[in-house]
Design a protein around this ligand. Structure first.
Ligand SMILES: Cc1cc2nc3c(=O)[nH]c(=O)nc-3n(C[C@H](O)[C@H](O)[C@H](O)COP(=O)(O)O)c2cc1C
Length: 200
């Protein structure tokens, strides 16, 4: 499985968590990293053919970014607006991403407990990431569970270091596709009905 990580950070040099993830991913097997700020330049301009060929050459597409105003930094949106074009990602003949996998890799400044009903950010990450989920669904990709690191505005070096292997394990988890996990659980159930309560 080949993974393409599209990183949208306005200043990766000054980043702490996203830089650590980017560097680890650059060393990982079967992973292509792409710093969108460096590629797009000041005008955030992307070459359609290059970007779309990269998408077609990979099975799992990852959007990596720090959470800015409950979304991604503008370079991610610029890339989406230009690259996910009519006839490629949607519309007649626009089925080129169909069957690929998609996931979000995101860091937040706010702590985990703020991203709940009743927390000061009120909404969960699953709710706030809905535009990305629907983009994946509209383009025919399978939306995989996101990897979120919270509280990163004040993270210690130890927390950042600890997040790296967790993030790599998540991105390479063979059961990240919900159909794969469900199939294993249902198989276990068929083999031993006493496990019914454990998998329902
Ligand atoms: C313009 C801006 C907007 C931000 N908006 C949010 C936000 O909506 N929610 C949040 O939890 N953190 C927010 N933050 C904090 C960043 O998400 C946090 O600093 C970042 O994830 C740290 O990653 P880095 O070390 O790679 O830069 C924001 C930071 C900036 C600069």
């Amino acid at each position: 499985m080949k993974t393409l990580v599209l990183t949208a950070h306005p200043n990766l040099e000054k980043s702490r968590i996203n830089r650590a993830w980017f560097d680890a991913l650059a060393e990982a097997d079967s992973v292509t990293t792409r710093d969108l700020t460096a590629v797009g330049g000041a005008g955030m301009a992307f070459d359609l053919e290059t970007e779309q060929a990269l998408l077609l050459a990979h099975d799992r597409i990852v959007f990596q970014f720090p959470f800015y105003w409950y979304s991604a930094p503008p370079v991610m949106k610029a890339w989406m607006d230009q690259v996910l074009s009519y006839g490629f990602a949607y519309g007649p003949g626009g089925d080129k991403l169909k069957g690929r996998e998609f996931l979000v890799l995101v860091s937040t400044g706010g702590p985990a407990d703020s991203y709940h009903a009743g927390g000061y950010n009120n909404f969960s990450m699953d709710e706030l990431l809905k535009p990305f989920q629907q983009t994946a669904l509209l383009t025919g990709m399978t939306y995989l569970r996101p990897f979120v690191a919270h509280g990163m505005a004040v993270a210690t070096v130890e927390q950042i270091d600890a997040s790296v292997p967790e993030m790599l394990a998540h991105l390479t988890d063979p059961e990240l596709d919900p159909k794969v996990k469900q199939a294993r659980l249902l198989k276990a159930l068929a083999e031993d009905p006493t496990k019914a309560a454990a998998v329902s």
